[in-house]
Design a protein around this ligand. Structure first.
Ligand SMILES: Cc1cc2nc3c(=O)[nH]c(=O)nc-3n(C[C@H](O)[C@H](O)[C@H](O)COP(=O)(O)O)c2cc1C
Ligand code: SF4
Length: 494
């Protein structure tokens, strides 16, 4: 995990919890309209991937248990994890790229309705991503992956002063490069090849020489629209288009998108495909259905989008008709740490990753409400343009007073709690009932994020070793961790 220079270790903020009457009167627990639906409170659990689907992307019992547990806490809205819009292999991540996924997703919807007594609105985040390969073993890279060219031979000749490389057998060239020192490789390979060697091959939206990347603007609107139609058929209250972090749609929005086909370069062009996808989705699901978006208030990478870009996109998204704007930050590949051989690069290991899920080892500003300033700036732009589309803030929101202050000051309309909800999914119910002192407080040290990075079933360190002798509890694959927090005794009959 990346940390700022001269880090400061912050304490989690002291909390003063309201009595139930105060909670009932607070803005946080007032209803709010999100497009055609009404949330019972302005509390929100943003998407979190728990690594619990089958290898072919189906909903499992474990997924149902996970979302049931969040629903028992009755947040105003719960967003189901990033779910793939295509019907392609993507490990134990949920998919919605074919009608065969609808029955499992429908069961998930029913589970949440029942467990929340109908008090939690359920959205599903839908995502497209490009190919990312694991970091290869060096020998294997040169034996199998590098497309050897005349250019490599010439560079090798120049670097070594040996003309024999111009017509040496391919096997010899590959085997020599496989043991060559870094300095020599740097003069023989180009930037992308070096990146593929050191980080694993990763496609970009700017790789327009690849037909399937060139064609993204042609194919993605229909793929997203079909996925959104399935979400509606499965009974979700809405879909959230994932335009954030390191994935395809965020890469179209990025200031680093230099495509020259009208879908890159100027902001107006970068937002073109995201708007075309939105319109295709809207046309398919109709006006009486929630279509929201998650995008970045700041990419936090060199040459990336800043809050002024995000404000522009926010206004365009509101104008187009999105029902809510959920703001995240960072989470990019560009500044990610080098993975170990055999592992894939993880977009939450650099500075941008830190800004996405900030920890208590921080700079002077600290992790709490860290994204609120960018959310508030985007909100100002959206309001000035005459739109009332609600904005969701997330990032280190943990206490009642903190959330209430954000809403009262008009910096955001809805408070998102990701890790705090993972630490204690009953936060919402406990606080509403005046029982905030019983909340299990997130420590913002990112054990959960470490599990995500290793593609292990996500749990929280505060509860995954509690009451291990409880009858019938589900355990992680290695049998060492429970997969769900214990039930809150007082909650069972509310
Ligand atoms: C384990 C884990 C998985 C996550 N998965 C997603 C995801 O699927 N989609 C997404 O937009 N954000 C994802 N996030 C980011 C969160 O939604 C949230 O933006 C971030 O954790 C900051 O909010 P917090 O401080 O309340 O945790 C994930 C975060 C965690 C900890
Ligand atoms: S493991 Fe638990 S306490 Fe630690 S950051 Fe994640 S949710 Fe918070």
């Amino acid at each position: 995990m990346w940390h700022p220079e001269n880090p400061i270790r912050h304490q989690i903020p002291e909390a003063r919890w309201p009595e139930s009457e105060e909670a009932a009167k607070s803005l946080l627990f007032q209803p709010i309209g999100v497009g055609p639906v009404r949330l019972e409170s302005r509390t929100w659990v943003p998407a979190m991937v728990p690594w619990r689907a089958t290898d072919d992307g189906f909903v499992t019992r474990s997924n149902l248990d996970w979302y049931r547990r969040f629903a028992q806490g009755q947040p105003g809205a719960l967003v189901v994890e990033a779910t793939g819009v295509r019907d392609v292999a993507s490990g134990p991540l949920l998919r919605i790229g074919h009608d065969r996924y609808i029955p499992g997703l429908r069961e998930l919807v029913e589970t949440v309705r029942e467990a929340s007594h109908g008090r939690t609105r359920l959205f599903i985040q839908i995502i497209d991503f490009l190919s990312v390969k694991r970091r290869p073993d060096k020998t294997k890279f040169f034996e199998r992956f590098l497309a050897l060219t005349e250019g490599h031979r010439r560079a090798l000749t120049q670097a070594t002063g040996e003309a024999r490389w111009l017509d040496e057998g391919e096997r010899e060239v590959r085997s020599f490069l496989g043991t060559a020192p870094d300095a020599l490789l740097e003069s023989v390979l180009d930037e992308r090849e070096l990146e593929s060697l050191r980080f694993g091959y990763r496609e970009r939206v700017t790789d327009t020489s690849l037909p399937h990347v060139r064609d993204l603007p042609r194919v993605l609107p229909e793929i997203f629209a079909a996925a959104a139609r399935r979400a509606r058929e499965a009974g979700f209250d809405g879909v959230e288009l994932h335009y954030a972090h390191a994935y395809t749609m965020a890469s179209f929005l990025s200031a680093r998108n230099t495509r020259e086909d009208g879908y890159g370069g100027r902001r107006e062009n970068r937002v073109r495909l995201p708007l075309e996808v939105y319109r295709a989705v809207r046309e398919r699901v109709g006006d009486d259905y929630v279509v929201g978006v998650r995008f970045l208030g700041d990419e936090v990478i060199e040459g990336g989008n800043r809050v002024d870009d995000a404000s522009y996109f926010g206004v365009e998204f509101a104008r187009a008709g999105f029902d809510y704007l959920s703001i995240s930050k960072g989470g990019k590949f560009e500044d990610a740490k080098q993975p170990k051989v055999g592992q894939a690069v993880y977009p939450y290991t650099g500075r941008s990753g830190y800004e996405c899920m900030p920890t208590v080892i921080s700079d002077a500003r600290g992790p709490f409400s860290r994204s609120v300033p960018v959310v508030s700036e985007i909100k100002r732009a959206v309001s000035s343009a005459g739109f009332t589309t609600p904005l969701v803030a997330a990032g280190g929101i943990t206490t009642f007073e903190q959330a209430e202050r954000i809403l009262q000051s008009g910096e955001a309309d809805i408070a998102g709690f990701a890790r705090q909800a993972l630490a204690d999914p009953d936060w919402f119910l406990k606080v509403r009932l005046g029982l905030g002192t019983t909340v299990r407080r997130c420590t913002y040290t990112n054990y959960c994020e470490g599990l995500d990075q290793m593609h292990k079933q996500v749990t929280c360190k505060l509860w995954d070793h509690l009451d291990m002798d409880e009858q019938g509890i589900a355990l992680s694959r290695d049998g060492k961790r429970r997969l769900l927090p214990p039930r809150w005794k007082e909650e069972s009959d509310r």
